[in-house]
Ligand binder design. Structure first.
Ligand SMILES: Nc1ncnc2c1ncn2[C@@H]1O[C@H](COP(=O)(O)OP(=O)(O)OP(=O)(O)O)[C@@H](O)[C@H]1O
Ligand SMILES: [Mg+2]
Length: 512
């Protein structure tokens, strides 16, 4: 059953086809059988009526024959009886009739046998119920029954009977029987014709359903294919708009939707390009005045010993804020380079462990100040990969600074692991941690979990966004795990050969 339902659920064509075929077969066969039974009943009824009329006349005639015979007295009663019984030489098998004569008291009278029948018909074919009826009632009685011949042949038919008096002999039952053969033949003919017509009708209906469905489904399928192409970014794809029917309207509406979508996307793309240009231009424009300010601030800073302590403090603040400004500007310029797709990498053979060691050493003092010692777990042998040293350093610098910022005086574990194709570096802290929601946002530009705290330290929320792009330039990814109060784990994984796909992550972000 499931084997059958699967394809039905998947294919609209199959479903409609099966349903319409079943309905057509059910409707046609019920109409057919109804019509057939009415027709056959009508034909048999007609035959019964004519047989009763004809049979009554034949019985009447036989009655007269016996009376006239007895009056003229020219023929013996046996001869008369034989003449009456054999009055028809066309058997019921050949659409003629049969005659049966029974003596009511069951005895041979004046040579007339107790039972006589025409054309080798078995006299006992006459149904017993009819015989009882005839014997106990006056007038003509009839009943359906089977005519059985001495040679074993049987045909369906009707018996009509009455009791008659043969003068000077006694009371007899006389029956006339007719077969339904001709009618059966007609009915068979009708049945065969109806079967043929019904079958032909069903085949024609199925062919029409196939044709109509095919033409509809072909266009629906085309629409689905085009929608898929649109989804995958081929915005210039359009549907065929042929005719004036519902499908043509679907095509028109679909194409209008696609055009609106395409123009919206182009508009948004342009807008975002303008914004990117704006950020890039502003950043560049700010560089020159910032250099001048920096030089002036350096001069003021160097001369601060001569100033009043309040002014000297301001000079220090000025310099530290200019440092932040410069860092932010550098980040912004980097981000605009990523957006403009002009970020370039210079791949060289580098040792990942070496880079990790170098960056950790640089940050060791900061870590010590914050009370979070950095613990390294490095493999003994060198792990050489194709990489851009400054970018890899920048990624790690940001991950480790972030860990120091959030470690809450607990140690930071950095491990490196590799296999023949890929390498992973994990930076794990045991501090504040991250919620599910925060994990999904850490790589967003300018996103910070707690903006007020970071502002004090100077974070801009661009660090991880840049790190992610840097990793992508290496064909790699950064995965994150975090739990509030238990700390976070950031794992950078990159393929060892430049241009290769990342096939595994030697370290998992989920700690065990
Ligand atoms: N190890 C960590 N534990 C908890 N939160 C973290 C961790 N690393 C990053 N975050 C959260 O993610 C935010 C974004 O980090 P990101 O490095 O992008 O920016 P930042 O460190 O605030 O600023 P920047 O790196 O640009 O100086 C951080 O402000 C912090 O809220
Ligand atoms: Mg950071």
């Amino acid at each position: 059953m499931r084997l059958l339902l699967g394809p039905l659920r998947r294919s609209l064509f199959l479903r409609v086809f099966v349903i319409s075929s079943i309905t057509a077969i059910a409707v046609i066969s019920s109409i057919g059988s109804n019509l057939y039974s009415r027709l056959s009943d009508g034909i048999i009824e007609e035959k019964i009526n004519s047989s009763i009329a004809e049979g009554s006349a034949a019985i009447q005639y036989a009655n007269y024959r016996f009376i006239i015979g007895s009056v003229t007295n020219s023929t013996s009663p046996l001869k008369l009886a034989e003449e009456v019984v054999q009055s028809t030489n066309i058997t019921a098998q050949e659409s003629g009739r049969e005659t049966i004569l029974f003596s009511v008291n069951g005895k041979v009278e004046q040579g007339i046998p107790a039972e006589m029948s025409s054309n080798d018909l078995e006299p006992l074919s006459v149904p017993n119920s009819l015989r009882n009826d005839v014997r106990t009632h006056d007038g003509i009685k009839w009943s359906r029954g089977t005519l059985t011949y001495l040679n074993g042949e049987q045909i369906e038919g009707i018996f009509i009977g009455q009791t008659i008096d043969i003068p000077r002999v006694g009371q007899y039952e006389i029956y006339v029987a007719y077969g339904f053969q001709a009618q059966s033949k007609t009915i068979d003919l009708i049945r065969n014709a109806m079967w043929g017509a019904g079958l032909l009708l069903i085949i024609i209906l199925m062919m029409m359903a196939t044709f109509v469905l095919r033409s509809i489904i072909r266009r629906v399928r085309a629409a689905a294919e085009i929608a898929e192409k649109l989804t995958s970014g081929e915005l210039q794809q359009r549907m065929e708009e042929k005719g004036e029917d519902e499908l043509a309207r679907l095509g028109t509406a679909f194409n209008e939707m696609a055009s609106t979508l395409a123009s919206q996307i182009t508009r948004l793309e342009n807008l975002s390009k303008v914004q990117q240009r704006f950020v890039s231009d502003v950043s560049h424009e700010l560089r020159t005045p910032l250099t001048t300010i920096r030089m002036a601030a350096d001069v003021i800073h160097n001369a601060r010993a001569e100033f009043d302590p309040n002014v000297a403090r301001s000079a220090e603040l000025l310099l530290s804020q200019i440092d932040r400004f410069e860092a932010l500007l550098a980040d912004l310029l980097e981000v605009s380079r990523f957006d403009a797709n002009v970020a370039s990498v210079t791949m060289k053979e580098v040792d990942v462990s070496e880079i990790v060691r170098k960056v950790s050493d640089e940050l060791a003092n900061l870590a010590a100040e914050k009370g979070s010692p950095i613990r390294l777990q490095l493999p003994t042998e060198a792990i050489t990969i194709d990489g851009d040293q400054p970018r890899l350093e920048r990624i790690l610098r940001n991950l480790i600074t972030n860990a120091i910022d959030h470690a809450e005086q607990l140690p930071i574990d950095i491990s490196v692991a590799s296999n023949e194709s890929d390498v992973s570096v994990s930076v794990r802290d045991y501090g504040v941690g991250l919620t599910e929601q925060q994990m999904s946002q850490v790589f967003d530009r300018f996103w910070r979990a707690d903006p007020s705290r970071s502002r004090l330290r100077g974070g801009t929320g661009l660090g991880l966004a840049i790190a992610k792009d840097d990793a992508a330039l290496h064909g790699g990814i950064i995965k994150v795990w975090g739990e509030i109060g238990k700390g976070s784990n950031f794992v950078l994984s990159i393929p060892r050969v430049h241009g290769a796909q990342l096939s595994s992550t030697p370290l998992s972000e989920i700690p065990n």
